[in-house]
Design a protein around this ligand. Structure first.
Ligand code: FES
Length: 117
């Protein structure tokens, strides 16, 4: 059980409304978001549109607005909202005793979405 979850540090490292990134050797960079409501989400750090860096977007509610062309991406599901189509993988995340943990198998296996046409 212990090895299933990857300890990525204290929750305090990410201020509400912000994100930080975590490089993954041989895999996709992960973006970890802290919402204004105090929840945490993790996604592959590539917008399903043209691979914009979602970690640099604006967090509002349980969505992030991509900094490149303003697609809104659900932090819960990774899906583009509204008329936009596309989905970015999400990574299970949990908080335990003030620390953040990502599901190790999801971190290693995460693949960036195909870029939209
Ligand atoms: S790359 Fe994200 S909206 Fe275009």
């Amino acid at each position: 059980m212990i090895g299933e979850w990857l300890d990525i540090g204290p929750v305090m490292q990410i201020a509400p409304g912000h994100a930080r990134t975590m490089p993954v050797q041989g895999g996709e960079e992960i973006a970890i978001f802290h919402t204004w409501e105090g929840h945490f989400y993790a996604l592959v750090n590539k917008c399903p549109h043209k691979h914009g860096p979602l970690s640099q977007g604006i967090v509002h509610g349980t969505e992030v607005t991509c900094p490149l062309h303003s697609w809104k991406i659900s932090l819960k599901t990774g899906e583009a909202q509204g008329d936009d189509k596309g989905c970015v993988p999400t990574i299970p995340i949990r908080v335990d005793a003030g620390r953040l943990y990502l599901l190790r198998s999801a971190v290693i296996g995460a693949k960036a979405p195909e870029s939209a046409a």
